[in-house]
Design a protein. Structure first.
Length: 298
């Protein structure tokens, strides 16, 4: 019944974070989950809550589009409906911090949809909000969510079929929105990364490495560097000419990390998959001081 052919319970990793429940109100696993009604809570929401929005958002988007106008009792904040369609938003922390500011900036004008996402190979690292012109779909970008101006849009009836066509069997496809940029007021709030998608994933994963070691081992891994090398999905961080750490980030979110002290002795190392820490070690004086296996990601 569900996107990947599973029930919604017992899922892990990539599947859990991208599963789409078709009827969350009837699903024994999701029926207690409610759509996030407040975009202003995005900066402070827990990872668990944000990931929990992904399986139910498309179903709620469909329900929203099927409601007669006005939108009735649908959960809104300041007339805006928020839908998180990809768990990658969790790691786009800088973007989440700016969402309320973006909405406040738009109060003086009429708009229909604000897409949330990331761009890579842009030459800069920043968070931006821009109007999407006709034919102006960013070349290297992904969409992880959207906000619909339910009460402020002047084109809601024309917008409904466009949004309906974005709901596919494999998730949210924003192509129809980009194609309709000549007829609707479409905006894009994006966290930009200077380098490639692999590089973007590496930069987004560094706070994850710190959090895993801090929460599970009470340890602060050496992540400072004054020089670095990037080889695909591998980063080598250097400090004062020596190797400080190296990190590999897989497309599914898995991380391999190891770090060294100033005397080149091991400091710590770990391997994670998208749902748990497979193993981790912290060293002191060349000896293992802490070790753990199969821990849930904090």
């Amino acid at each position: 019944i569900f996107q990947f052919g599973y029930t919604c319970s017992g899922l892990e990793g990539y599947v859990k974070r991208r599963n789409r429940c078709k009827k969350p109100s009837e699903c024994s696993f999701h029926k207690k989950s409610k759509l996030m009604s407040s975009f202003r809570r995005l900066p402070s929401c827990s990872e668990t809550e944000l990931y929990g929005q992904v399986p139910i958002s498309l179903s709620y988007l469909k329900d929203f589009l099927d409601l007669p106008s006005p939108v009735g009792n649908f959960p809104l904040e300041e007339g805006i409906a928020t839908f998180i369609t990809d768990g990658e938003l969790v790691q786009l922390e800088s973007l989440r911090q700016e969402m309320a500011t973006f909405v406040d900036r738009m109060k003086s004008q009429t708009w229909d949809v604000m897409l949330l996402g990331m761009e890579w190979s842009t030459g800069s690292n920043e968070v931006v909000l821009f109007n999407v012109p006709p034919g102006g779909r960013p070349k290297n970008a992904s969409v992880v969510g959207l906000m619909v101006n339910a009460e402020g849009s002047r084109n809601l009836q024309a917008l409904r079929p466009v949004l309906h066509s974005c709901i596919t069997s494999t998730g949210f496809d924003p192509s129809s929105l980009f194609n309709a940029a000549d007829r609707i007021s479409l905006w894009f709030g994006a966290q930009k990364f200077a380098g490639t998608l692999d590089e973007a994933r590496i930069w987004k994963s560094m706070p994850v490495v710190h959090k895993v070691f801090a929460d599970i081992a009470g340890h602060h891994p050496p992540l400072h560097f004054d020089d670095h090398e990037l080889h695909g999905n591998l980063m080598k961080g250097k400090l004062n000419g020596r190797m400080a750490f190296e990190m590999v980030v897989e497309a599914n979110g898995g991380i391999m990390f190891r770090a060294w002290n100033e005397d080149s002795s091991p400091n710590c190392e770990m391997k994670t998959n998208p749902s748990k820490v497979e193993w981790m070690k912290v060293f002191f004086n060349h000896q293992v001081a802490f070790e753990a296996q199969n821990r849930p990601l904090p």
